[in-house]
Design a binder for this molecule. Structure first.
Ligand SMILES: NC(=O)c1ccc[n+]([C@@H]2O[C@H](COP(=O)([O-])OP(=O)(O)OC[C@H]3O[C@@H](n4cnc5c(N)ncnc54)[C@H](OP(=O)(O)O)[C@@H]3O)[C@@H](O)[C@H]2O)c1
Length: 257
């Protein structure tokens, strides 16, 4: 018998394509994480959103609930959680396990940058905080998530174009993202036989609050919107099950700033 062609995940008028899927997005109370959560809410996903700022999380949850089609069956859980803390990550995944559903989509998005400083002037606590959040946090959340992910699931790691090129004055950020790319590439090969897709998301300059710390006077009008980055993520998630995009490099067409 001829093999059936894998179907594209297609929406119908009444049911968006990712309807009923469960997605966890770290750092989704603002910025790119929130934009991805909004795009997934519109696609009908159930969401778990995290971040440390509880007020911002509550606001995001209320906003997201309004975007979900089929609102009666859909839900958004907002859980305050710090990716640097094993205890906090354990607590978050106790909640996920309590849903008794596999996690279909993990978006590792939480991340921080640091003020522009050359290496000789970069304070060690700043170095530690950035590595702890962007690299150790990525490991902790991913490891916990693997226990609740099955064949057909997808992990998207929000890295940066700084994962494979460098920006002087951003040593801790560059190093954390280079490390995170090495981790992501390893994870992809480990999970390939298990049918779990791993995507490295590598955006260029995107207009979010992260620039307040890194370069407050950066020219925002030259940047992409968080919604544009989110669109690339949803497009990748909508590919047929037997297909993946391994790396999404998306940047302003005029180049880096
Ligand atoms: N904007 C850009 O130009 C750009 C380009 C490439 C890649 N990225 C990456 O995109 C990701 C999101 O950044 P963004 O630009 O959207 O910045 P953002 O607006 O500052 O958002 C960062 C998010 O991460 C959360 N977060 C930070 N530390 C956390 C921690 N320890 N535990 C849990 N959540 C934490 C923040 O929430 P709380 O503060 O409430 O915890 C917030 O929700 C980052 O990984 C960043 O490196 C950004």
């Amino acid at each position: 018998m001829p093999k059936r062609k894998p179907a594209l995940r297609q929406a119908t008028p009444n049911q968006p394509a990712l309807s009923g899927r469960l997605a966890l997005i770290t750092g989704a109370n603002r910025g790119i994480g929130l934009a991805v959560a909004q795009a997934l809410a519109r696609e009908g996903c159930n969401l778990i959103i995290t971040g440390r700022d509880e007020r911002a999380l509550d606001k995001a949850r209320a906003q997201l609930e309004k975007l979900q089609p089929g609102k009666r069956n859909a839900y958004v859980l907002a859980q305050s959680s710090d990716v640097r803390s094993p205890v906090s990550v354990d607590f978050l995944f106790a909640l996920v396990r309590g849903l008794h559903k596999p996690l279909d989509i993990l978006i590792n998005n939480a991340g921080i940058a640091h003020p522009n400083r050359i290496v000789s002037e970069l304070p060690y606590p700043t170095w530690m905080e950035v590595i702890d959040t962007n690299l150790n946090g990525l490991f902790l959340v991913t490891q916990a998530a693997l226990a609740v992910m099955k064949r057909g699931c997808t992990i998207v790691n929000n890295l940066s174009i700084a994962a494979d090129r460098v920006f002087p004055g951003s040593a801790a950020y560059n190093a954390s993202k280079h490390g995170a790319l090495g981790f992501t590439n390893t994870l992809r090969e480990e999970l390939r036989p298990k049918g779990i897709r791993v995507i490295a998301l590598m955006p260029g300059a995107t207009d979010t609050a992260i620039w307040d710390a890194m370069w407050p006077k950066a020219p925002r009008r030259k940047m992409m919107s968080a919604q544009t980055v989110a669109r690339t993520v949803v497009n990748a998630l909508l590919l047929p099950d037997n297909t993946t995009v391994e790396k999404i490099v998306v940047m302003p067409s005029a180049g880096t700033l």
